[in-house]
Ligand binder design. Structure first.
Ligand SMILES: [Zn+2]
Length: 402
């Protein structure tokens, strides 16, 4: 059975009409071809390109919280997604994983069409540590993780027990964690983050090997590529091993100087003319600097709020604040689709060949940059949502494939 493809096209300005001429073809190699028509108002020449990043943003910033600490749900999630941030909350380790008790409206960038999208992070979790009790547990529960996953946060494999020491069965750690998340939350993780800690020299190489051999698309480790990736041209995502860098609070609890240093680094990356992807990590986000490897909540709030004010919808709106898996999947698809278009006067026929997309992918989306001085309409199938913005001067089409 040919699966129907839902295409959501959102384009800027003009008035629009829809026709049922959506066309889906299938060729011999499990790839699919979708096509649509662009009707120009005048016969100006058109150029269609895939946007380097979703919504044609200037840079993507991915941020992962390691180890599945409860502070994620008590503080980071409500701050970014909107909601009540927990008051001080001493957990079973006598550590304050709460925040400042305020209510956040959320932190947002826009999709370029006037819609607000909340900042989303990834969590690297250990299935062996996830539990529902006691009430003051230090780790997340299944339902908390599910809620964040459903809000678009990515869940990454961090080993079943966070085991690193001599004698660890790395393969079992990888596989058991996959099975645990699949069993309890019903999805398959596809990216691995090597647990840090004391271990045999080069133990991370074993984790890398076992994860890549067992269905994981990328591994964040001690050494590797990144944390900044140029994404203007094809990115080598195949069996990707990345270097992990952390944002952490210092002993200074009286100023935000440490955070300002990290922000300055981020700003120097953002100022480069290329489209870039920047990837960072921390651990806890509660009031206490957990294991001295975390961001204290005031630092985390200052850091994320400053980023939102500067590069989010309240600022220059240049950020795509999206977790690792979401960005990886966009770039993977972006680099493998083939776009072909033919213009005859005012009519443009666009064909896009889509490769077979791995089942573990959460996203099947592509943004197209349309370069023409003419206004246009788009002709599509009935499964189409068109949104008129009209506030900006460039043209963007965003496709969602099902
Ligand atoms: Zn860890």
């Amino acid at each position: 059975m040919l699966k129907r493809i839902l295409l959501i096209v959102i384009i800027f300005f003009g008035c629009f009409t829809c026709f049922s001429n959506e066309l889906i073809e299938k060729d011999s190699s499990k790839s699919k071809t979708i096509s649509f028509k662009i009707k120009l108002q005048s016969a100006e020449s058109i150029q269609i390109k895939v946007a380097p990043l979703k919504y044609n943003k200037h840079f993507a910033y991915s941020f992962t919280l390691d180890d599945g600490y409860r502070s994620t749900y008590l503080t980071a999630f409500p701050l970014l997604n909107g909601g009540k941030i927990s008051n001080s909350d001493k957990n079973e380790w006598k550590i304050d994983q709460g925040g400042d008790g305020t209510t956040s409206n959320g932190l947002f960038y826009s999709d370029g069409f006037g819609n607000k999208i909340p900042f989303k992070l990834a969590l690297a979790v250990n299935g062996g540590a996830i539990r529902d009790l006691p009430a003051n547990r230090g780790h997340l529960s299944w339902s908390e993780i599910k809620e964040m996953y459903n809000a678009g946060w990515d869940i990454l494999n961090h080993g079943f027990h966070h085991a690193t020491k001599h004698g660890t069965n790395y393969l079992t750690e990888v596989i058991e964690n996959t099975a645990s998340i699949k069993q309890n939350l019903d999805f398959t993780m596809s990216h691995f983050v090597v647990p840090g800690g004391e271990g045999d020299a080069g133990y991370h190489l074993e984790y890398e090997k076992d994860a890549l051999a067992n269905g994981f698309f990328s591994v964040a480790s001690y050494t590797g590529v990144g944390p900044v990736f140029k994404v203007d041209s094809k990115v080598n995502l195949d069996k990707m091993i990345t270097a992990r860098t952390f944002v952490q609070s210092s002993k200074d609890t009286t100023s935000f100087k440490t955070m300002d240093r990290y922000l300055k680094t981020l700003d120097s990356i953002v100022k480069q003319p290329n489209s870039l992807w920047f990837n960072e990590f921390t651990h806890g986000t509660g009031n206490t600097n957990l294991w001295n490897l975390s961001m204290r909540f005031p630092d985390f709030k200052y850091y994320m709020t400053t980023i939102a004010d500067k590069y989010g919808i309240k600022g220059n709106d240049s950020i795509w604040m999206a977790p690792w898996q979401e960005v990886y999947e966009y770039i993977w698809l972006r680099d493998l689709i083939k776009i072909d278009y033919k213009q005859k006067g005012k009519d443009v026929e666009v064909k896009i060949v889509i490769p077979e997309i791995p089942e573990a992918f959460r996203y099947r989306e592509i943004s197209l940059v349309i370069d023409t001085s003419s206004k246009f309409e788009i002709e599509f199938g009935k499964d189409l949502i068109i949104k008129d913005d009209g506030k900006t001067s460039h043209k963007l089409v965003h496709l969602k494939l099902k």
